[in-house]
Design a protein around this ligand. Structure first.
Ligand code: GLC
Ligand code: CA
Length: 559
């Protein structure tokens, strides 16, 4: 923070360690595996890595329920091997960011264990405990908020006779950030990792850390995430973030990206605008990930290109000149993008198109493990085969209202487990992920889709990503250019221009398996431009346009 700007010339590789690479042969990805793949990661031309949580955790939410903020989960290694990874990354010119999950801890964190012992325990006020409301012989929760993962946001503790708040799973009690002692703990955790040499943080659901004082009921009552307006983007959250920035982050040469569900570009600017009030460098937005769903990934609707374009353009335009975007289309929380916005019938074509589509916008691109080889969704036989708490709990709720078959279709299409299958390294046993049975099934398509098969093939998606990342980081127009959308009314083509210091980049993407004609603006003569990225052979220009083949992408540079 503190006015640095190196993150503008950065591309980040995102690792969800458990499924990345198993180094010690127990079927679980780990830091020894990461160590063995540092050269591979660097070969993508990225210059940073973000680790989803690798701290000790009972894994109710696979690491997003932390029981020790200053250590490494024994499944993944220990602090020594982490330091080797950190050094190895730094030697290769890659920065390292940790996930910082401080909206909640695990219920197995020593703070929470203390906190539930008695109401006068010094840790009691580290969490949000309240008495219930007596109604006849029943005790009702203190308010009507709903959790995002499992039913009511309150869990009753018999021993204490109080409820604790959990906006996510029961095993993820919310920290009471209003308590200054909790904020001191957070700052000390930040210092611990920054002093070790870590370069910054991805801050988990950071827009949820402030709650309306008094925790009032919320109306009208929504079936999911009820209470949102009392825990999302509250002014208190901004205050806490300002404190973290002033007391810690501004004293280090670090980068901070906040995850911000339910946040519009206008609201984002409160956190991101250049100047003394800026509390985050970037935000992980959600709007563009909702073009085939409603509010949450599980509520499916057909993919709507215009919706996606509107979301991207809104963030591009509103942040222009004021703040910096984080660009992503995959992470550990969403199904695979080719299976969603692209086409499994045209996996390589649509994979390349989607890559250029988001990465050439203005902002810092993030690439999620396996995205670079076009990993696809996995089909699981039944709900019992899933591992993700959100998938399982939401499916159970949905089954109360909908036929099982319909729910299973929603689950198959949207489960976060789609993105959590082991990375497919080669066509050998267990896709080269592990010598033993992996903790979660490998996608059966690994024989065709894997790193080894693509590594030396110049036309592979993997090598497209490598070239694209290099171009993005070496070509100033791809970094600093402005953004202007073309043909916003088209429901088949997404096209935009970037301009910077006399150079223009034109990005044209087809989102259909039909053929569709694209007409370039008159002032841009296609025959005078250099085609820098294409995903088909023979790229004819007819008049000042071309007919696009299924999921075609063309990127032209005008000098
Ligand atoms: C964020 C994480 C997600 C986690 C949730 C609760 O959305 O990305 O994986 O389940 O927060 O911590
Ligand atoms: Ca292992």
């Amino acid at each position: 923070m503190n006015g640095n700007s190196w993150y503008k010339e950065m591309a980040v590789y995102h690792i969800w360690c458990r499924s990345f690479c198993d180094g010690n042969g127990d079927g679980i990805g780990d830091l020894w595996g990461v160590l063995s793949k540092l050269d591979y990661i660097r070969s993508l031309n990225v210059n940073a890595i973000w680790f989803s949580p690798i701290y000790p955790s009972p894994n109710a939410d696979f690491g997003y329920d932390i029981s020790d903020y200053r250590n490494i989960h024994p499944d993944y290694g220990n602090l020594d091997v982490f330091k080797e990874v950190l050094d190895g990354a730094h030697q290769r010119g890659m920065r390292v960011f940790m996930d910082l999950v401080v909206n909640h801890t695990s219920d197995e964190h020593p703070w929470f264990r203390e906190s539930r012992k008695s109401a006068d325990n010094p840790y009691h006020d580290y969490y949000i405990w309240r008495k219930g409301i007596l109604k006849g012989s029943r005790i009702l929760p203190p308010n009507n908020w709903m959790s995002i993962f499992e039913g009511e946001a309150w869990e009753y503790d018999e021993h204490l006779g109080e409820f604790y708040l959990h906006l996510f799973a029961r095993k993820q009690p919310d920290l009471n950030m209003a308590n200054p002692a909790v904020r001191e703990e957070v700052k000390n955790i930040m210092r611990f990792w920054l002093d070790m040499g870590v370069d910054g943080f991805r801050e988990d659901v950071i827009t949820f850390i402030g709650k309306t004082p008094g925790l009032p009921n919320s109306y009208p009552k929504l079936p999911v995430a009820n209470g949102m307006k009392h825990f999302s983007n509250r002014p208190e959250a901004l205050e806490y973030l300002r404190e973290f920035k002033n007391d810690v982050l501004d004293r280090y040469d670090c980068f901070v990206v906040g995850e911000s569900p339910l946040t519009s570009a206008d609201t984002a600017l409160k956190y991101l605008s250049d100047g003394p009030d800026r509390v985050l460098d970037e935000m992980i937005a959600f709007n563009h990930m909702e073009a085939d769903c409603f509010m949450t990934d599980m509520l499916r609707r057909p993919f709507n290109l215009k919706k996606m374009k509107r979301a991207f353009s809104e963030w591009q335009q509103k942040l222009y000149g004021r703040a910096w975007n984080a660009l992503y289309i995959e992470n550990h929380d969403h199904a695979r993008i080719i299976s969603r916005y692209g086409s499994e019938d045209y996996p390589v074509e649509s994979g390349k198109m989607l890559a250029a589509m988001y990465m050439l916008q203005r902002g810092t691109p993030f690439i999620y493990q396996g995205q670079e080889i076009g990993m696809l969704n996995i089909e699981m036989p039944d709900l019992e085969s899933y591992a993700d708490v959100q998938t399982i709990n939401n499916a159970k709720v949905a089954m109360r209202f909908l036929p099982k078959k319909k729910v299973m279709k929603m689950v198959n299409e949207s489960s976060r487990d789609n993105a959590r299958t082991p990375v497919q390294w080669n066509s050998g046993r267990n896709a080269g992920f592990s010598e033993s049975e992996p903790w979660f099934p490998v996608n059966p398509n690994y024989r065709e889709i894997n790193v080894a098969a693509q590594n030396d093939d110049p036309d592979s998606l993997l090598n497209f990503y490598r070239r694209l990342v290099r171009f993005k980081l070496e070509e100033p127009v791809a970094i600093y250019g402005d953004y202007r959308e073309l043909c916003p009314d088209s429901d088949k083509i997404y096209a935009y221009l970037r301009e910077y210091e006399g150079k223009t980049l034109l990005v044209v993407c087809s989102f259909t398996s039909e053929t569709v004609r694209f007409e370039a603006p008159e002032e841009l003569r296609l025959d005078r431009a250099e085609p820098v990225f294409t995903n088909y052979e023979y790229n004819y220009i007819v008049a000042n346009g071309f007919t696009m083949r299924p999921y075609e992408v063309r990127v032209y540079l005008f000098e």
